[in-house]
Design a protein around this ligand. Sequence first.
Ligand SMILES: Nc1nc2c(ncn2[C@@H]2O[C@H](COP(=O)(O)OP(=O)(O)OP(=O)(O)O)[C@@H](O)[C@H]2O)c(=O)[nH]1
Ligand SMILES: [Mg+2]
Length: 297
Amino acid sequence: MTTRAGFAAVIGAPNAGKSTLVNALVGQKVAIVSPKAQTTRARLMGIAIEDEAQILLVDTPGIFAPRRRLDRAMVAAAWTGAQDADLILLVIDAVAGINAEVGKIIDGLGTREHPLFVALNKIDLIRKELLLALSTQVSERLRPDEIFMISAAEGDGVPDLKRALAAAMPEGPWLYPADEVSNATDRMIAAELTREQVVNQLYRELPYAAAIETETWEDRPDGSTAIRQQILVERDSQKAIVIGKGGSRLKSIGQAAREAISDHLGRKVHLFLHVKVNPKWDEDRALYREIGLEWAE
Ligand SMILES: Nc1nc2c(ncn2[C@@H]2O[C@H](COP(=O)(O)OP(=O)(O)OP(=O)(O)O)[C@@H](O)[C@H]2O)c(=O)[nH]1
Ligand SMILES: [Mg+2]
């Protein structure tokens, strides 16, 4: 049997549903998701398998006009992900349509060498006529190899997209073991699962989400794992928000994160969280390494 394997970079504006789609294609949660834009930071890879093909899906941070250093690093990671791939999958929020952010990405794609698929996402939220008009617009402006209409959240159209991605992968041996679903380490995933709780529980109050740093990780002889993580925020006022009244918010973040990490690891987890103010965490090179981002000058 001929096998296929290759990289598909999933790019798009913030909040388009890229991470949701990567999870849907993999069939397991490998990337964190939130209603807040700019959730994904690192370039994370989800591994999907369709018959004889292994599709390495590079989930990238949303592309937008970056100002802060972290934002610049995120956008750079997204474009690098696109350049390194065999195929580009541009995800567009069908409700938002081709807005200024998407326009910039289209310009950035320029004269491309890679095959381009476009997924019009969130079709569960849009009327058919509008969707068809958008599809025509995208086809004229981008001339993609294929356009798909999907709901990453509900799964509509995802199997068709997955089959087409598989068929577009170059022939060659698989690049990862058949049972692997992501390239992230448990340590990275645990930090992301905690960050997901911080973002989801506090996105209305924290304008710029925190970073998570793993301090210690101990697999204990009794089969449990003890993890210490630090939640880095920029100001004392943000620290107070994360901790909440009488520690209630931090407790509920810790509980939900512990359950998620325990589910992921398949073992009992003791999670110790504390909040640290570091006005300059955005400037901390070591943290960028931990997140998996290149330092952007
Ligand atoms: N109704 C609906 N909501 C969706 C769909 N796909 C994603 N969402 C929601 O859109 C929001 C953003 O989803 P993400 O997957 O985090 O988006 P993203 O493109 O990875 O965002 P960044 O990482 O911030 O660039 C979340 O609240 C999702 O639940 C969809 O098909 N339908
Ligand atoms: Mg994302």
